[in-house]
Design a protein. Structure first.
Length: 457
């Protein structure tokens, strides 16, 4: 539920912080010298710069935030991923993930980061794994207790982490508020604040929004009956601006560069809204989507694409002209929790029932439609013209981004459950799935790739 839903939170101290660092199999602490992060700064392009902190992205090849460096779930060219995978085929490594969560992996240098929550002690944690081996390097518990009521399909660790070139940022729902935490890549907590009270009344479903990085800011959406959109300074976590968002919606915001202008885009309340990401000033709104949405806005060129939702079924294509939006097309299709994929002049969508669509971006003309999989919450991701989609029942499907016809590449059952959107970088694909066993729910993180083509950061 990667763009999922919202919970309750309010300020309550009484948070127990525990910071534990592990070497695999030893329990010994790792030192700062063991960290293998990189601060090289190739030009990541305008969309990536909007998502990073003033260009301090670790590497254009890394995947440091929700929806990647482009903000559109598009991997850089040249991944050379295998054309067939399974639980045993082209698996470079797999590792059991403690607890449960729907957060997608982010990757920086030789490290992979995830959020998780464990029922036994009602804890919420950040995990770090070695990208090359899958070995767990450390675990930092950032909260115990105070976990709210959530939807049965959600978890208490559904927000994807973010990295600005220096620090990690995590969001957790607890004690009737959203907890915003910054950490080092060695797992040391730097700062933690309440992003704001969060006490939804009508829909107590949980949280899945991810933190958004823009220049020196980390931006958080707290949407509920008394909600707001809030920007914090990345170093101090002090508030910089806030804007009212009193809506029952659950989407992660994104910054898109359109016609040379950076726009913070977010959906909900039957409209698409644009804000100035530096100041929080509301710039415009356009009709479309639904009352409640979970997906993140997609864009390409001067076009913006968004979908709902609940209770309406509506997918909309907007064109920006003279810095203002106009509705170009609509389809009565519902992509509630998952985001759309805009790629090479076409929009690819998988609705919540598992039906896949290809629409021409400029006018919405339907190119094809097909049954792809079962109920879906994760978002599609593309690499080298192949789109990858996992459904809620753990079926993983790949198909070509061909607007002329649907072409399946492979289909495989990876687990009993799949809610986290996969991540692709450095010639590898990372998938978080779960299985129901005699022990209960067991999560596994897979790393797929061809050994001879997987690259070092």
């Amino acid at each position: 539920m990667r763009g999922l839903i919202a919970i309750l939170l309010f300020l309550l101290p009484a948070i127990v912080f525990e910071h534990t660092l592990y070497r695999s199999g030893t329990g010994g602490a790792i030192s700062a010298s063991d960290a293998k992060t990189t601060n090289s700064q190739p030009n990541p392009g305008p969309a990536a710069r909007s998502q990073s902190a003033a260009g301090r992205i670790a590497s254009v090849n890394d995947w440091p935030v929700w929806r990647g460096p482009s903000g559109n779930n598009i991997a850089i060219a040249g991944q050379n991923l295998p054309t067939q995978i399974s639980k045993t085929e082209n698996v470079l490594w797999k590792v059991r993930v403690p607890g449960e969560g729907h957060s997608s992996p982010i990757l920086v240098g030789d490290r992979l980061f995830l959020a998780t929550s464990e029922r036994e002690d009602a804890s919420q944690s950040v995990l770090c794994f070695d990208r090359n081996t899958g070995k767990q390097l450390w675990k930092t518990i950032v909260n115990r207790g105070g976990l709210p009521k959530i939807h049965k399909a959600n978890t208490h660790a559904s927000s994807t982490l973010a990295y600005n070139g220096e620090s990690l940022f995590a969001l957790f729902d607890n004690h009737e508020r959203l907890q915003l935490v910054s950490l080092t890549t060695d797992g040391k907590i730097l700062k933690q604040v309440s992003a704001g009270p969060f006490k939804p009344v009508k829909y107590q479903f949980g949280v899945g929004v991810s933190p958004l990085l823009y220049k020196s800011l980390v931006i958080v959406s707290l949407e509920y009956e008394q909600g707001e959109l809030v920007a914090f300074d990345q170093k101090t976590l002090k508030r910089v601006w806030q804007a009212d968002r009193k809506v029952n919606s659950y989407s992660s915001p994104i910054v898109a560069t359109i016609s040379g202008r950076d726009l913070l885009l977010i959906t909900g309340s039957e409209q698409v809204d644009a804000y100035d990401p530096l100041t929080g000033k509301h710039l415009w709104k356009a009709p479309g989507t639904s009352a409640a949405t979970c997906g993140t806005v997609a864009w390409e060129g001067d076009m913006i694409f968004a979908s709902g939702g609940f209770p309406q079924s509506d997918t909309v294509g907007l064109r920006i002209k003279d810095n203002m939006p106009e509705v170009v097309w609509n389809h009565k299709e519902r992509c509630y929790e998952q985001s759309l994929l805009a790629y090479n002049g076409y929009v690819y969508a998988v609705n919540e029932a598992g039906i896949a669509f290809c629409w021409r971006a400029k006018d919405g003309e339907q190119m094809w439609k097909t049954r792809l999989c079962g109920p879906t919450s994760a978002s599609p991701i593309v690499a080298d013209g192949v789109i990858y989609q996992i459904d809620e029942r753990g079926k993983f499907v790949a198909f070509r981004s061909n607007p002329e016809k649907f072409e399946k590449v492979f289909e495989v059952q990876l687990g009993d459950s799949g809610f986290a959107t996969p991540t692709i970088c450095h010639g590898r694909m990372y998938c978080r799935v779960a299985d129901q066993t005699d022990e209960g729910r067991v999560e596994t993180l897979y790393c797929f790739g061809l050994p001879e083509t997987s690259t070092s950061p």
